[in-house]
Design a protein around this ligand. Structure first.
Ligand SMILES: Cc1cc2nc3c(=O)[nH]c(=O)nc-3n(C[C@H](O)[C@H](O)[C@H](O)COP(=O)(O)OP(=O)(O)OC[C@H]3O[C@@H](n4cnc5c(N)ncnc54)[C@H](O)[C@@H]3O)c2cc1C
Length: 379
């Protein structure tokens, strides 16, 4: 018996069109399947281009900017099939899940036409330059300065924990344009060309051993004012819209990968036989969390791009951490051998520690849920 949700799953009211969509994509994936390590940048870039050329990327993005104009339900089916096929992750994950959706929400018509198709094709890789050494959870205290100089800004400052910064062609950067205004009101969001003179990036190795993120330094970097996403000094709104999309998209997509990992754990436990009560309890507990997460992702629909994204993000981070811990437990002493880093339970466990930090820590998100979803007063 499979525990993966399918088109005949009674929980979901799939239309005939949805079922045909699923079959079309499944067939395409089967005919075009490739394997590539997470670290194989070229192969992941080629994979993204292939998806783009075949019209299998940016599913719910507007078709005028290279997307497919599909429904959220189809996006869900799409992600389910991607997880099922266990193919490589397209290279431009920050562009696809964070920067692109932020530009769709806040960019001008010209910016959408300029940036979105190349994000989808993987021609231009993006990163997200929000966090600074003294501005993570308290993002409004960011210090990177942009000073007006004719038609340009001159940007100086430092960002940290920037995923994909070493690969990036563009950065969605938050800068302070008016230090005299209240903290939230003097921030601007810019699209910054990472090849501009004065930009440098230093890798930051993580607990997994890979340097997925880095530190970025801006030393008098000239950025045209026309690269401002949304009007000057209104970058806080861009940040908020970016966060809700980031939290929703990462959790939405990953919840289906989580199901796939869970299924493999259950398969191996069944094959082993004689599971002790504690392991059975734990598997059942994680199953409940994974199912609840998926159903909530579907139930929320468009609300996913509001404050509900915090609920999904907390639930996903905690479910993945529990699942990875369980996977490691099941492996027992063999875990210490670290046979193959990428794709292994060891890698998954170590990487999952960051899930409750990236895109907003679990504590911050619980604060958002208390205040914005439940309407609880502050003391
Ligand atoms: C894997 C990974 C990838 C990342 N990628 C990016 C990226 O691409 N771009 C980017 O800009 N940033 C990125 N980040 C940074 C991430 O957004 C920050 O780490 C995060 O916002 C927390 O900020 P901080 O590290 O400064 O911790 P701090 O804000 O210093 O928090 C430290 C601790 O204090 C708690 N805390 C702080 N304030 C409060 C409060 N008000 N109430 C309750 N508890 C509180 C926090 O929950 C946390 O436990 C990434 C982080 C990780 C782990």
């Amino acid at each position: 018996m499979s525990v993966t949700s399918e088109e005949n799953d009674p929980r979901l009211l799939y239309t005939t069109e949805d079922a045909a969509f699923r079959q079309r994509f499944r067939n395409w994936l089967e005919a075009n399947k490739v394997t590539a390590k997470r670290s194989d940048v070229d192969a992941r870039r080629r994979w993204q281009k292939k998806l783009f050329d075949a019209g299998w990327i940016g599913l719910s993005w507007p078709s005028e900017y290279g997307g497919q104009g599909a429904t959220l339900r189809q996006e869900f089916i799409y992600n389910e099939e991607v997880a099922r096929a266990a193919g490589p992750e397209p290279l431009n994950s920050i562009g696809l899940l964070i920067a692109g959706p932020a530009i769709i929400a806040c960019g001008s018509e010209e910016q959408k036409k300029r940036y979105l198709p190349k994000i989808l094709s993987g021609e231009e890789i993006w990163c997200q330059g929000f966090s600074e050494p003294n501005a993570g959870s308290d993002l409004a205290s960011l210090q990177t300065r942009a000073v007006s100089d004719g038609d340009d800004y001159l940007v100086t400052g430092q960002k940290i924990w920037t995923s994909s910064s070493r690969l990036a062609d563009f950065c969605l950067l938050l800068v302070r344009t008016d230090p005299e205004r209240p903290r939230h009101k003097g921030i601007t969001a810019l699209a910054v060309d990472m090849k501009s003179p004065g930009v440098s990036v230093k890798p930051l190795p993580q607990i997994t051993g890979e340097a997925e993120f880095g530190e970025m330094f801006f030393d008098g970097v000239r950025v045209p004012k026309e690269n401002g996403i949304w009007p000057e000094n209104e970058g806080w709104l861009v940040a908020m819209k970016t966060f809700t999309r980031e939290r929703a998209n990462i959790s939405f997509r990953s919840s289906l990968q989580l199901q796939k990992s869970f299924d493999s754990l259950v398969e191996s436990a069944r094959a082993e036989g004689g599971l002790d009560a504690a392991a059975r309890q734990k598997l059942a507990e994680v199953y409940v969390d994974v199912q609840a997460l998926q159903l909530n992702c579907e139930r929320f629909g468009e609300q996913l791009y509001g404050f509900h994204s915090s609920m999904i993000k907390v639930a996903w981070a905690e479910a993945n951490q529990q699942l990875q811990e369980l996977g490691l437990d099941r492996l027992g002493a063999k875990a210490a051998l670290m046979p193959e880093q990428e794709g292994s339970w060891q890698f998954g466990y170590l990487r999952s520690r960051g899930n409750s930090i990236e895109g907003g820590t679990a504590e911050i998100l619980r604060g958002v849920i208390a205040e914005r979803v439940l309407g609880l007063p502050r003391k």
